[in-house]
Each structure stands twice: as C-alpha cells, then as structure tokens.
Design a protein around this ligand. Structure first.
Ligand code: C5P
Length: 404
C-alpha cells in the first residue's frame, strides 16, 4: 500500500510553498518511490533546480524547446512514462491553464498530452482560492477526475487566514499511498458496522432530548472504511452530513431503534460505536404537546429512564459478537481515567478517547484530537489534532492493522 516502486512526475510551479516539494521528494524517495521533476520558470524563483536534481537524483526538465531533451525523452513520453503526475504546489494559474487546455510551457504541455492520472496540491491566497474563476476551474478538473489534496485552512505566507495553504508533505504522501493502495486494501471484504450522530428521544410530538453531536466523525469513519475496501453499514441518528456513497445507510431516531438496527445488521467483522447516544429517554412519552404549565402554575416534571447501552450490549454478546468492537469515550473531566474505567466496564476491545469540554470545540466541530486505549495492552496512542476525515483514516489504518 504505497508509493514504493512507483514513478511520480512532479510538476513544481511557482508558489511560495514550492520549497515544500523538496520535503515531499525526500519522503517519496524514502518510501522507495522515484521522482522526475518538471519545473516551471517561476518555480525556479522559489527552489533551485540543483536542490531538486540532488533530491530526486534525476535530471530536471524545464524547457519545451530543449532539443537534447526532445532527443532523449520527448514531451509526449515524459508525459506518459509515469504512474501519476503530481502538481505541487498548484497555483491558481496552472489550475486555470489545466482546466482550459492551455499549453504554453513544458509543464502545461505535459499535462495536456498525458493519459496518466493527475493529482494536484493547490496553494494560493485565500481570495484567489475562493474566487469564482478558480472554483469553476476546480469543478472542471474534478469532473475530469483530477485528484485534489488540500488546500488546508490556516495562516498564509501573505498574512491572511483561510483556505489556500498547501497540504503538508506528509498528507500528500498519504494521498499518494492511498492512490496506489487499491490492490491491498486493509479492510477488503470486511463488514464494518458504524453508528454515528446523536439520538433524539421524543418527549412529546414536538420536543425531544438530544445532544449537539453532528455525526461528522462517524460519517468520516464510514468513508475511510469504505475506501479501505470494507462493506460498510452506517447506522445514524439525525445528522445533516452528506451521505457517503457506496455505504449502506440506515437512519434512526432513538437509542432503541439504533440498537435494533445494529442487532439486525450483524454479523459484522468490526463494529465502531461513534454515535453520541442519549443516555436517557423519557419514562412516559406524551401523545399530546405538553403545556408550559401543567396545572396553571406548576412546571411539568419529566421522568427519565436509562436507554440501553448499545456498545455494552454488543461487546457482551456471546454469539455474533464482532471480532473487534470499538467504542468512543467522550469525556470532559479525568478523560483518560474515565475512559480506562469505561473500556473495562463496557468490555470493548478499543476505546477512542477524546476531551469534549466546550473549549476543545470537538463536539459538533470539524476537528478532533484523540487517544486510543486498548483493553489488552497498556499502550496509549495519541493522534494530534486533525480534521475528522484525517482522524478517521488514521483510526481505520490502526483498526485494519489490529484486525489482521
Ligand atoms: O457511557 P458513554 O456514553 O460515555 O459511552 C460512550 C460509548 O458508548 C460510545 O462508543 C457510544 O457510542 C456508546 N454508547 C452506546 N449506547 C449508549 C450510550 C453510549 O452505544 N446508550
């Protein structure tokens, strides 16, 4: 599952982030991949051809009209004799040229002549990225199956903040590895069942008890598991997240419905319980809307009863227990201590632990920061703060390795 042995044609364009291509070349070479670099005229203002040649241990190509190169390797063969073309950093200018078929230098000519798949890692000022022209070009390129890595959100070299930062070289390497992965997907053929989102426990026809979970982390896990070759069943409480394609989606409202959906969809090889299930439901559902004042001046008292614990129920199954049961421990105090007690109490194999105190912005947010604990080992793995998509990919990689 890697770039090992693959030939990458790296097109370096003229952006301030061009220097990061040196780090990526180093990472690809370390993973056993080969890099041939094409540099645009502007890119040489940011990195020297000598550095690129030294790191790739290869000749640099930069001139469309250089006859020696044409004799040695014409631009047509240069554009085809590779496993992938990567444009990094990809400026707004090159995206526009690619989208509209302009070929006015070696890089753009190669991109027009190629029949290889193309990956781009855009890097530009936030306004340039958000400009309708760029977004339109991005849409055109995506339709043509150009693979995008990033851009990321963050501080820019120009002092502004927003989307437009080049993805980190390590993330581009991950994208390359994923691109070359299909032959040996780690969860190929496994049935992975995932719960996601909050549950809503009705109080009366118009009210419910719920929580602020968005479902993002569970949906991202479903996507990552699917990409790793699994057959995914995603059982979700109310969520507005876009539904991942090629995933079996089952929508539920309450914890009890979620439990029955889980039981009805066993057997599974792996079950991941990412849902923020409401711990309680109301003891007596009111068929009529409850009045603000039950008896003129008394505020209505609502009795709660405990919901079934889905994770615990599945972990303790004697027959049909998935080989691997993963729970989430969202805590606000004594995070690790509580999670360690919880993994023992619930008897799941792996617990993904996170601090959901309001200051972290994790619950309902786009980012997560997790630790993994394992019922059978003392080891604690820390994943630094990242998007929920990236955390999901890391968790699936971990789970895939554990499940071998
Ligand atoms: O006990 P607590 O709610 O913190 O446990 C969290 C873990 O248990 C999560 O994996 C969650 O999906 C699962 N859970 C469940 N059913 C419940 C409550 C929690 O599956 N009723």
């Amino acid at each position: 599952m890697s770039v090992q042995g693959k030939n990458i044609l790296l097109v370096i364009t003229g952006g301030i982030a061009a220097y990061k291509s040196l780090e990526l070349i180093r990472l690809i070479r370390k993973s056993g991949g080969h890099v041939t670099a094409v540099m645009t005229k502007a890119s040489k203002q940011f990195v020297t051809p000598l550095s690129v040649a030294a790191l790739t241990e290869n000749k640099i190509y930069d001139d469309l009209f250089n006859l020696t190169d044409e004799a040695e390797m014409g631009h047509i063969s240069l554009s085809r004799e590779n496993d992938l073309i990567l444009v990094m950093p990809a400026t707004a200018n090159i995206l526009a040229k690619m989208a509209h078929g302009i070929a006015d230098d070696l890089a753009t000519t190669l991109l027009l002549a190629t029949d290889s798949r193309v990956m781009v890692a855009p890097a530009m000022n936030v306004r340039m990225w958000e400009h309708k022209a760029t977004q339109h070009n991005v849409d055109i390129l995506k339709q043509r199956k150009v693979i995008f890595v990033g851009p990321e959100e963050g501080d820019m070299a120009c002092g502004e903040y927003g989307y437009g930062r080049l993805a980190e070289p390590m993330d581009i390497l991950t994208a390359l590895n994923q691109f070359f992965a299909p032959q040996d997907q780690i969860l190929r053929g496994k049935h992975v069942l995932i719960t996601a989102g909050p549950t809503h426990e009705p109080i009366d026809p118009v009210r419910f008890l719920g929580n602020i979970s968005s479902g993002k982390q569970g949906y991202a896990l479903a996507t990552a598991a699917r990409d790793a070759g699994a057959n995914v069943t995603l059982i979700t409480g109310p969520s507005t997240e876009p539904v991942p394609q090629n995933v079996k989606l089952l929508k539920v409202q309450t914890a009890e419905q979620m439990l029955s959906a889980v039981l009805n969809n066993l057997p599974a090889d792996i079950a991941i319980f990412a849902a923020a299930v409401a711990d309680w439901k109301v003891a007596d559902y009111s068929e009529q809307k409850i009045k603000k004042h039950a008896d003129d001046d008394d505020i209505k008292t609502i009795q709660f009863v405990e919901n079934p614990d889905i994770l615990k129920t599945i972990s303790k199954l004697v027959s049909n227990r998935p080989q691997l049961v993963v729970g989430f421990a969202a805590e606000t105090t004594d995070v690790l201590k509580n999670a360690q007690a919880k993994i023992k109490r619930k008897e799941c194999d792996i617990m993904v632990v996170n601090d959901v105190s309001p200051k972290t912005g994790i619950m309902g947010g786009d980012h997560n920061s997790v630790r993994i604990i394992n019922l059978n080992s003392e080891e604690i793995i820390d994943y630094k703060t990242a998007s929920k998509d990236k955390i999901a990919q890391q968790l699936i990689a971990y789970i895939g390795g554990f499940n071998k």
